[in-house]
Design a protein around this ligand. Sequence first.
Ligand code: HEM
Length: 152
Amino acid sequence: MKRDFILNYVFYQHRNLGGYSMRQIQAEKYSKNMRIIHWIVGAFIITELVCGFLMGGLAVPFKFSVYSLHKSIGVLIFLFVVIRIFNRFNSKIPELPTAINKFERIAAKIAVFILYLGMIAMPASGYLMSVYYDYKVLFFGLGFPMFVEKKS
Ligand code: HEM
């Protein structure tokens, strides 16, 4: 009975992985570069969200430092995402398991696209907000070019 259960489980998992064994699936993973950039950007985005929601309520001299840090990390995210997109087009991306149906396949692609769009739109909108407020954008203390001008 227990043996049947285990065999069923293994068969089910096997089918779910599109006929590939777990080892074959694991062999096809994202490149090391992609994985490193993924975790760096992930950690930065979490930091940005925490800073973003908290910084408005901080006391004054500290508040400015956090705003500055928020902007610097945001610019860094933008740069990493540009590298990430370049990397994605130039490295082998693991295939989705064949057991995934057409609808799920399309949904997964749309989700990835929206995530990339967000990773570009968030820093870009933050940058534009700074331009609109007439605030400087410094990159870890260094001057950062203002690519757009506020129209008065
Ligand atoms: C992925 C990158 C970024 C994320 C996830 C992010 C996230 C956030 C969040 C959650 C807020 C709070 C919004 C609110 O409370 O309504 C915020 C505010 C802000 N962000 Fe970002 N941000 C990013 C990049 C940037 C960049 C690159 C800049 C500027 C160069 C920037 C400038 C600002 C400014 C000035 C505010 C404050 C707006 C205010 O106080 O009214 N952000 N951000």
